[in-house]
Design a protein around this ligand. Structure first.
Ligand SMILES: [Zn+2]
Length: 490
């Protein structure tokens, strides 16, 4: 009876097989692309859908049902191995698949039909999770009362992750002209620029823990512990944000811009928090007029990065690549992030213009942090020109790593320069701009050294600053805490 049905509708069954394979394969890739913030109808998603659909449909269509069963179970296996969905849903789907496989013995059309329905559900489900925003606003606890003591000044604090001291870069890699401009831009806008400060640690959370803890020299051991491991979307969180506490006590209304790596905003949501993802937000390339050919290349690279570096999934993908290329597969890092930060800097321009007395804005920016994918005008470089710290990429040399870093520093400064000019026109604005450790270009290699690990800078502006450079070696947290104390402890 079944055989008879199959023979009669042979070509219908072939189409069903083709569709099932094509959609199953797409159910792996498309949700991953959307998860990386590609719009469901973006050129990248549509391109990959078609590129996968045509050959997989062909394979399903021409293969006999035994080969089809092999292919579809292979993709299904790959599918389960590659997804992050929670365990209960996973279990339910596995039970369903087993039921379908049993059905296969009864009627061969049921299995491909089930694959089609299942794939479509999965693809559509991922579309509902699409979120194209770069800065996600966290919910604010509306019951908070702010002290309305009419403060007559405002506060701006920008952390430039991995911004080393340009002064201490070895001469052969230094750009003397740029250093002059860097100094001039701060000094002419009335900032005091500390050129040679050293951070608590070469680790972001430890170094910034000391900053937010308002620690000074003596508290070294305590300050290193001023963070907590997190299990939610944040990796770590500052344990005690004394800075925020102090500002709030003074009556400040605080807004934070943070990455979802390190939560500096309060967990009870008494501050306004906006969070960008530190990983991939590929939606950014649409914003910056990147050519379609390059956008498709970037999407391919994003898929590769996503599959290669995910912990539990797609071991097979990693194994296949390692078989052909050996252990040293080039890593491209979260290459969309620097451009996302550029966009946030542009947003910050508006925020600073609108910053009123009694308001504080604190931003942790992952610029000039690697990967070094931007040129000095903040445009995305060609993929072959991207640079990394030495340990991140075996193709990198000391010269290329330094060159890439400096290009991204110049882009960062370009954005900061605009903010400095706005800041200088505002009365009673306290400003702090600093790095959190060195460039770390040689970290974990034989070239590792203290200056590269720890040297950074801090620039300050208040009523006491007069536009000068300070070249003395000092501790970053000491300079910062003194600045806070002289402005808020009276
Ligand atoms: Zn850092």
């Amino acid at each position: 009876m079944i055989k008879k049905t199959l023979n009669n509708n042979h070509s219908d069954f072939d189409i069903l097989q083709g569709l099932a394979l094509a959609l199953l394969a797409n159910a792996i890739i498309i949700p991953h692309l959307i998860e990386m913030n590609y719009h469901p109808l973006s050129i990248e998603v549509i391109f990959f859908f078609i590129i996968i659909f045509i050959p997989m449909f062909g394979i399903g269509y021409i293969s006999n049902w035994k080969i089809y069963l092999f292919f579809s179970s292979f993709i299904t296996y790959w599918f389960f191995d590659s997804f992050f969905i929670d365990r209960i849903i996973n279990l339910l789907i596995i039970v369903l698949i087993i039921l379908f496989l049993i059905n296969w013995l009864v009627d061969k059309t049921i299995y491909p039909l089930a694959c089609i329905i299942f794939s479509l559900i999965f693809i559509f489900f991922s579309m509902f999770n699409y979120n194209g925003e770069f800065l996600v606003k966290e919910k604010l606890d509306t019951n908070i009362n702010f002290n309305n003591n009419e403060l007559n000044y405002s506060y701006l604090h920008i952390i430039l992750d991995e911004h080393s001291s340009l002064n201490l870069i070895p001469n052969e890699f230094k750009d003397v002209e740029f250093n002059k401009k860097f100094k001039k831009d701060y000094i002419s806008n009335n900032f005091d620029l500390y050129n040679n400060v050293f951070s608590e640690s070469h680790n972001t959370v430890e170094s910034l823990g000391a900053i937010f803890g308002l620690y000074v020299n003596e508290n070294e051991n305590i300050s290193k512990k001023n963070y907590l491991k997190k299990n939610n979307k944040f990796t770590v969180s500052v344990k005690k944000n004394f800075l925020a506490q102090k500002l709030q006590e003074k009556g400040f209304k605080i807004s934070f811009i943070q990455s979802n790596y390190y939560e500096i905003c309060d967990v009870d949501r008494s501050y306004k928090c906006e969070t960008y993802t530190r990983a991939s937000n590929m939606n950014i390339f649409k914003k910056y007029n990147i050519q379609i050919k390059q956008r498709l290349k970037l999407a391919l690279l994003a898929i590769h990065e996503d599959y290669y570096h995910r912990e539990h999934i797609l071991r097979l993908y990693r194994k296949i690549l390692q078989f052909f290329y050996g252990e040293d597969i080039r890593s491209y890092g979260w290459f969309s992030r620097p451009l996302v930060n550029v966009l946030i800097f542009d947003e910050m321009k508006k925020k600073l213009n609108n910053l009123k007395n009694g308001e504080a804005l604190i931003a942790h920016m992952l610029l000039p942090h690697y990967p070094f994918v931007l040129n000095e005008n903040c445009n995305l470089k060609k993929i072959s020109k991207w640079n990394y710290p030495l340990k991140e990429n075996s193709n990198e040399t000391i010269i290329s790593a330094n060159k890439g870093f400096l290009q991204q520093v110049k882009c960062t400064h370009k954005k900061i320069h605009t903010l400095l000019e706005i800041a200088s026109k505002k009365d009673n604005l306290l400003v702090v701009i600093h790095g959190d450790h060195g460039a770390r270009l040689y970290l974990d290699t034989e070239y590792e050294n203290e200056i590269d690990n720890f040297s950074t800078f801090i620039a300050l502006k208040d009523n006491n600053t007069s536009g000068k450079t300070i070249d003395e070696n000092m501790k970053l947290q000491n300079v910062f805490t003194n600045f806070i104390n002289r402005n808020f402890d009276n």
